[in-house]
Design a binder for this molecule. Structure first.
Ligand code: F0G
Length: 356
């Protein structure tokens, strides 16, 4: 039996980590690639979900955080800092706790899902809420990292993308080659950039390592309509969407994401909040995977492309669903009536209530 050791050990030869370097890991990565027949039927393609919500803190951020935190642990810096729409702060707080480092998180006030906020708090991070959006928070933490002895662990830290590229490796390792198309939500644009890096590296011989894929996929990025700077072609000053994780108007990895889109022959499009919530419900009810709204954006974008005739028949497609639905139950339950009927502790009463 093979015990999964986390992405740094599993892909060490393709990551910038030295033999004697500390590795801060919670066993991230090795996430399921789940066939989604309900989506295949709707799109005429062969669709899989890369379920990143099963990572230790419930999102893909853990892949980048293990690398970034390992690098900080090798220095004498004692505190990390990040801006976040919630998941980065949850991940940073957990990995900092494991490493014995301090963690400060700067968040847009009132716009963080309850589960994510709870994670930052229970892992012992120090929180600051900014009367502004994520873009303001990122500007602030960049300045803090310049002026004070704190290490920045947002995806502008290049080690974050190095760690996150391992998700593309896992997809190829599972399928035997790259898919035709890879779809994912785009917020600060680090993840689409990281996947593209991973796919390109796996398709080329590298430092004595043989290629593991014969090709690279088209990268399809999906934004929320109210926070779609790539679709607009310019930053959005007041981003707004139910998918708070991607409520971002001025993505840090702008150039890298455009390169991923253009070099791969892909696109970045937008979907409405209603489409996002519909896709979230469909994933929950017909695939059995509960994702947070931002994650459902990738699936909403795929379904929209299919409706417009833009999905090649039989194409092998992977959608990354980036975060666990349990992080934001309020938004999900806003869509569904929950009034379970209370009955006596008796099987006959329960059966009657269930209509059996
Ligand atoms: N999906 C989820 C669940 C996210 O939390 C994020 C980003 C994205 C998608 C977009 O990924 O930024 O690499 O394009 N969350 C960041 C955070 C901004 O602070 O947790 P991206």
């Amino acid at each position: 039996a093979h015990l999964w050791r986390g992405v740094v050990e599993e892909y060490r030869e393709r990551l910038p980590i030295g033999p004697g370097d500390p590795v801060i890991t919670l066993g991230e990565g090795g996430t399921p690639l789940v066939p989604a027949p309900a989506l295949s039927a709707r799109t005429g393609a062969e669709v899989y979900l890369k379920v990143e919500g099963v990572n230790p803190t419930g999102s893909f951020k853990d892949r980048g955080m293990t690398m970034a935190m390992s690098k900080v642990a090798a220095t004498d810096t004692e505190m990390v800092v990040c801006a976040s729409t919630g998941n980065t702060s949850a991940s940073a707080a957990a990995y900092a706790a494991h490493a014995g480092l301090g963690c400060a998180v700067v968040l847009p006030a009132g716009k963080i899902a309850a589960g994510k906020l709870a994670q930052a708090i229970v892992h012992g991070a120090t929180l600051v809420a900014v009367d502004g959006n994520f873009d303001d928070c990122l500007r602030i933490v960049r300045t803090l990292a310049e002026r004070y002895p704190v290490a920045l662990v947002n995806s502008v830290n290049p080690f974050r993308l190095q760690g996150q590229k391992t998700a593309a490796f896992e997809v190829v390792d599972a399928l035997g080659d790259a898919p035709d198309i890879h779809v994912l939500p785009v917020g600060n644009a680090g993840n689409i950039s990281a996947y593209w890096m991973g796919y390109r590296e796996y398709a080329a011989d590298q430092d004595g390592l043989p290629a593991r894929a014969t090709r690279t996929p088209r990268m399809w990025g999906v934004q929320a309509e109210g926070a779609a700077p790539f679709v607009k072609g310019a930053p959005v000053e007041h981003p707004e969407t139910v998918a708070t994780a991607i409520r971002i108007g001025n993505p840090a990895s702008w150039a890298l994401a455009e390169a991923a889109r253009d070099e791969s022959g892909g696109w970045i499009d937008a979907v409405s909040d209603a489409q996002i919530l519909d896709a979230q419900a469909l994933l929950a009810r017909e695939v059995g995977v509960f994702v947070e709204p931002a994650s459902a954006a990738s699936v909403a974008g795929l379904l929209q492309a299919a409706e417009r005739g833009g999905v090649p028949a039989g194409a092998r497609i992977v959608c990354t669903v980036t975060g666990n639905g349990l992080k934001d139950t309020a938004t999900a339950l806003g869509q569904v009536e929950i009034e379970p009927q209370v009955v006596a502790p008796d099987a006959t009463d329960a059966a009657r209530a269930l209509g059996l």
